[in-house]
Design a protein around this ligand. Sequence first.
Ligand code: ATP
Length: 299
Amino acid sequence: AILMISSVAVLAEVYGEVLRAAGAMERLMELLASRSPVREPAQPRALPLVQGGTALSLQNLQFNYPSRPQTATLQAFNLDIAPGETVALVGPSGAGKSTVFQLLLRFYDAQQGSIRLNGVDTRELNLHDLRGSIGLVPQDSVVFSSSAMENIRYGRPDASDDEVIAAAKAAFADDFIRKLPEGYQTFLGERGVRLSGGQRQRISIARAMLKNPPLLLLDEATSALDAESERVVQAALEAAMQDRTTLVIAHRLATVQRADRIIVMEHGQIVEQGTHTELTAKGGLYARLAALQFDLKQP
Ligand code: ATP
């Protein structure tokens, strides 16, 4: 178990934080086997940043995983997102939602098409700059065997204690951390204090906020939280989305209702888009998904 945890920690450190409980080892093996399938540019460009989030443009993406060359996981995928916009990705399991995140973080490069942040092709940026400008809140938040302070600082290792605490406050995590036996110095993880699901998510949101990224990627948890945690986590997420461009893999009605736009994916393509009201009225795939899942997950 310790070996597995340290492998997971290494994966998270090297590859950001794209972890899900199921399939994490599989992805790790694939990533290690393939080493890094992406290449650093010889002469990287600087990422032009703007206040209030980044513009994001995915143009004509065609992608298959290296291990499945015959299967197009994304095809003819076009998506333009304005600075500050909140876009929800929904669709049945296997539609390719997480794959979009993997390509944005450049764990893989698409075989065709381009991804641009403020007009700059992500392949022209060095990986450190690219990933530094993206905050990722994964579905299953990982808590490392270290103090609460270090767990959050992991989002930006050169952050001061004050900056860590400010991020924790913004993510509604400061209160519960202060109530831990040794406050910010409390040891977390397997051999330390175990946190609840909602607390782990807030640590993860604080980590993302510490980076102050212009682009936020949220993979919403499917597991149910109790009503109180749900409310606090929702508030923390709303604070995190403020003044940034946000792409969220959404599982909750509250999230899709609040999104500026909903993108409905199926078989690696966009099949519908619009607001919750528009798509519900349309009576298509979104309406069916909403009837099936969102009602059940509504707190
Ligand atoms: P879910 O809602 O279940 O997470 P999703 O919409 O996020 O689904 P993806 O995880 O992007 O879907 O998967 C899209 C397709 O790509 C699926 O058929 C999946 O099995 C496949 N896939 C995902 N990751 C890999 C990988 N590392 N290697 C090979 N195939 C993969």
